[in-house]
Each structure stands twice: as structure tokens, then as C-alpha cells.
Design a protein. Structure first.
Length: 531
């Protein structure tokens, strides 16, 4: 792909995704629709990507962003349901979809059908997690969905590699394929464990935020590339490293964390937007290459695959939710009864997304013998229709479904109380440390400055408690919200003066940037987004 079409793709997809935030239409759907419409415009280049390049470039950063934002402790606490979904369900869905498509499509080898099964097996629960937080689902369901979306990608990629090797003529036997699966998984985990400690050591010993974030950009590609070089799972290596670094992120300095969060959010936004735009741009080419499978036959295949994907998740979720409770008294005593509503939401939150598309793009054009890959365009078409179908049907109906089931949501009052108690303990420790430091003559401060430090600690301690108090009868704001709004207005007034002084040549641009940086940090500390 030439540079200009690539730049147009990235800029255009970002613009459409930004526009989608101002409409009720989900961004992925709008990106697909616009991409499809643009593909019919005369003169628009054909966006084809090398499958050997696309997967290593797209997947590592997407997986890394999900890993560093996940909670290792939450995943460990919900290990059984997360493992049953992220490993067990992905393998079950791979077999179910593969076998169904093999029976459905005349002449399609089982190995090629299993490739499709692995491609559409992993749900992209990022969207479901966002909905869960917005409508206030119980934290248990949110954690399970988030944990599944992280680990299931690794399982799907490994299963895909095994099925693909058999489909192109590189696999020896099913027993050998199973052994390769476990070796690749174990190898990927081993590479991640080997890399995570030295990478974290390097992150904590680099003294400049720019150097640390440059390293951060390289980490997923290094982990993925090294694991693939030793024929292990690069996906699992990235996940292991990302989980460890996310768990230890508090040991990195604040400037690095602020930059890193902004950089990776931007990268994830651009990559996800570009991939969904590519669906629409590629769909025309895929439709033209369906051959005898076009029209009603292709539509029937698409509906059948969607139904198998949706039903297989229910078939897996309910037994794996309740059978462990029936078989283990310890589980019954330790865990509350989930009821039928929670598993129903988990089963319905099976939207497919970016990872399935990225894997589908990597299906090679030919086999080892040089023959065209069996029904490659049909497999791509079925991947696209499954992703779009789950996003439309399940993604749009999930919020009203959650409201209809009236699941017991999160308790904001109780969560704020826990946060306030935690902040109180931290502030007490900080106050004791401050008095110890001020008692040392080497740390002597004028009384106004010492009182300012005490005031900062008191303000931080009281801020959370104030959110439990009454609201302003005129604006409906809490005391804390009003404080943040006023603080931002005051900082805005200072910022305007600094700019005016720069424009009047009283201060130069270098001093302006230094003053604005200080105000930016104060505003970030004063303002806390709800969410």
C-alpha cells in the first residue's frame, strides 16, 4: 500500500469515528458503512494488505493496550469463569463453527472450515465492558467480560495457527496439532515471563519520560517477535508482559504514566478505527470474488454462521456456570448463586470485533503447494458478516436487555465510601510522614509553605467524603463538583493572562510553555472525569 492511500485511510477513519461520537450510531457500524460507500467511488484505490505483515503490525499493540488496562488481581480472583470462557469456549466455538461450515459449504475441507471457526471464535468484549460500566452491571460480570476479551485472543490465534498449518498442508496430524497448540501456548507464556522482569527494570531505571514511552511503543512488538521467532505464541507473550507491567505501573514515574496513557489510547483508537473502515473497503472486493457462492447462497451461509456463533455461546455459558456449583460444595459456599440473568448477559455479550478481522486478513492467498486457499473470499465474507451481525444485533440490544433484566447494579454510594476510607488512611500516613520530615531541620519550611502542604492533604482527604454529601439545589452539583468547576475557571483565567503577556512580549514562548505545563498539571489534579 502506498503512503498516500494509507494516510487517507487513517485520517478518514479517525474523522468518521470522531463523528460517530456525536451520533447514536456505534462507531464500528458507521465506519463499515462509510468504508463500503467509499469503495464504490470511482478512483478509490483497492486497499489490499499483505497478510504476513498485517497480523504482526496490528495485533501486538491492540493486545498490549488491553493487557495493561486489565487487572491481574481481578483476573486471578475470577480465574475459573475467565478460563472457561477465554480458553474453553473459544475452542468449543472453533469446533462448532468449523464443523457446521464444513457440513454447510460443499467441498470445503474441514481444516479450512476450522480456520474460519478460529477466526470468529473470540468475542471482542471491549464494547460489552463499556456498556457494562455505563449501565452499572455488577463488577463480577464486568471483570469476567474484560478478562475474557484479553485472554481469548491468545487462544484464538493459537488455534488459528494450528488449523491454518493443517489447511495449507503443513500440519501432520490432529495429535501433532494438539501438541503444537500446547507447546505454542507454553512457549508464549515462557517468553512473556522471561521478558517481563527485565523490561520492567529498564522502565523504572530510565530517567526520561520520552525514553520510557519510546520503550513502551517497542514492548509489544519485541515480545511478539521474539515469541514468534522461537515458534511460540506471540499473543500470549504480549499478554503476559502487558499484565505484569500494568500491575507494576505504579512504580513508574507520573510523567511516564500520563504520557503512556494518552499515547496508547490514541494508538488503539487509530488502529481500531482503521480496521473497521477496512471492512467496508474490502467488502466490495470480497463480494466480487465469491463466485458461485454469491447472492442468496452467501446470505444463507452468513445467517447460518451467525446463528451457530450466537447459539454456541449459550450452549457453553450455562453448563459451565452451573456445573461447577453442582459438583463442588466449596464453590457453592464461597460464591453467590449467579442466577440465570447474569449468565444470559454474558452469553449475549458475544460481539465479534477487531481481532477477528485482523486474523481474517492474515489468511494466506495460497497453500504450500501454490494452490488458492480454499474459499478464502467466502471465509472473509463470513467473518465480515458475523462481525457486523453481532455488532448490530447484540451490540445495539445489549443496553436495553440489561435494563430489562434489572440486574442489581453497582452501588456508587458504597464504592465512594470505600474510596473515602482508603483516601483517609493514605492521608493519615502522609500527614505523619510530613510531620516527621518537618521535624528535621534540613527540611525547614516557612510556616505558610508547611501549612500549604497540610492543606493539600486535608483537601485530598475531604474531597471524597464531600461526594457523599448534599448537592447544590440550584445546579445539582456536589460540593466536590463545584470545587473542580471553580478551580478550572480560575486556572482558565490565569492561562488567559499568561497568553496575553506572551502576546505583549513580556514573557517568551519558552516561559509560557513552562507556566502552562504547571497549570495543566494543577487542572488535571483538580478535575476528575466521571466514569
Amino acid at each position: 500500500m502506498h503512503v498516500l492511500p494509507l494516510l487517507i485511510l487513517v485520517a478518514g477513519s479517525a474523522a468518521v469515528a470522531g463523528l460517530a461520537r456525536r451520533t447514536p450510531v456505534p462507531a464500528p457500524l458507521l465506519l463499515v458503512a462509510v468504508g463500503l460507500a467509499v469503495s464504490f467511488v470511482p478512483g478509490v484505490p483497492e486497499y489490499g494488505l499483505d497478510p504476513h505483515v498485517f497480523l504482526p503490525l496490528m495485533l501486538p499493540p491492540l493486545l498490549y493496550t488491553a493487557a495493561i488496562d486489565s487487572s491481574y488481581l481481578d483476573l486471578r480472583a475470577k480465574l475459573r469463569p475467565v478460563a472457561l470462557l477465554s480458553v474453553g469456549y473459544v475452542l468449543f466455538a472453533t469446533l462448532a463453527v468449523g464443523w457446521a461450515v464444513h457440513l454447510l459449504v460443499p467441498g470445503l475441507p474441514l481444516t479450512a472450515a476450522l480456520v474460519l471457526g478460529a477466526v470468529v471464535a473470540p468475542p471482542d468484549a471491549v464494547a460489552a465492558t463499556a456498556v457494562a460500566r455505563r449501565v452499572g452491571l455488577p463488577s463480577r460480570i464486568t471483570t469476567i467480560l474484560q478478562g475474557e476479551s484479553l485472554v481469548n485472543d491468545a487462544t484464538a490465534i493459537t488455534a488459528y495457527r494450528v488449523a491454518l498449518a493443517a489447511a495449507v498442508g503443513e500440519g501432520a496430524s490432529w495429535a501433532g496439532a494438539l501438541g503444537e497448540f500446547f507447546l505454542a501456548a507454553a512457549g508464549g507464556i515462557a517468553v512473556g515471563l522471561l521478558l517481563m522482569v527485565p523490561i520492567h527494570w529498564l522502565r523504572t531505571h530510565l530517567k526520561e519520560a520520552l525514553l520510557q514511552n519510546t520503550l513502551s511503543l517497542l514492548i509489544p512488538f519485541v515480545a511478539y517477535g521474539l515469541a514468534e521467532w522461537v515458534h511460540a505464541s506471540g499473543v500470549l507473550a504480549v499478554v503476559v508482559v502487558g499484565l505484569y507491567l500494568g500491575h507494576r505501573n505504579w512504580q513508574v514515574d507520573f510523567a511516564t504514566r500520563l504520557q503512556e496513557e494518552a499515547v496508547w489510547r490514541m494508538i488503539a483508537f487509530l488502529l481500531e478505527s482503521s480496521v473497521f473502515a477496512l471492512i467496508g473497503l474490502q467488502l466490495k472486493v470480497v463480494l466480487e470474488g465469491l463466485g458461485e457462492n454469491e447472492g442468496a447462497r452467501a446470505a444463507w451461509y452468513a445467517v447460518a454462521v451467525f446463528l451457530v456463533v450466537a447459539v454456541s455461546r449459550f450452549v457453553w455459558v450455562y453448563p459451565t456456570t452451573f456445573l461447577p456449583r453442582l459438583l463442588s460444595k466449596r464453590i457453592r459456599e464461597r460464591e453467590d448463586n449467579p442466577g440465570w440473568k447474569g449468565p444470559f448477559v454474558v452469553a449475549w455479550a458475544g460481539m465479534r470485533g477487531v481481532v477477528s478481522l485482523a486474523i481474517a486478513f492474515s489468511i494466506p492467498l495460497t497453500t504450500v503447494e501454490g494452490e488458492p486457499f480454499p474459499e478464502r473470499n467466502l471465509l472473509l465474507f463470513l467473518t465480515f458478516t458475523t462481525v457486523i451481525g453481532t455488532l448490530v444485533l447484540q451490540g445495539v440490544t445489549l443496553p436495553p436487555l440489561i435494563r430489562l433484566l434489572r440486574l442489581p447494579g453497582r452501588d456508587p454510594q458504597a464504592e465512594t465510601l470505600v474510596e473515602a476510607n482508603a483516601q483517609a488512611q493514605a492521608s493519615l500516613a502522609a500527614e505523619q510522614r510530613l510531620e516527621e520530615l518537618l521535624a528535621d531541620e534540613r527540611n525547614a519550611l516557612p510556616p505558610p509553605l508547611a501549612d500549604r502542604l497540610r492543606a493539600v492533604l486535608e483537601r485530598r482527604r475531604n474531597a471524597v467524603w464531600e461526594r457523599l454529601g448534599t448537592v447544590n439545589p440550584v445546579t445539582g452539583e456536589s460540593v466536590d463538583d463545584t470545587y473542580r468547576r471553580l478551580a478550572r475557571d480560575l486556572i482558565g483565567a490565569e492561562r488567559a493572562v499568561f497568553v496575553r503577556l506572551r502576546d505583549g512580549r513580556y514573557i517568551d514562548d519558552e516561559m509560557l510553555r513552562s507556566l502552562l505545563r504547571r497549570l495543566d498539571l494543577e487542572e488535571a489534579a483538580a478535575y476528575r472525569q466521571a466514569g
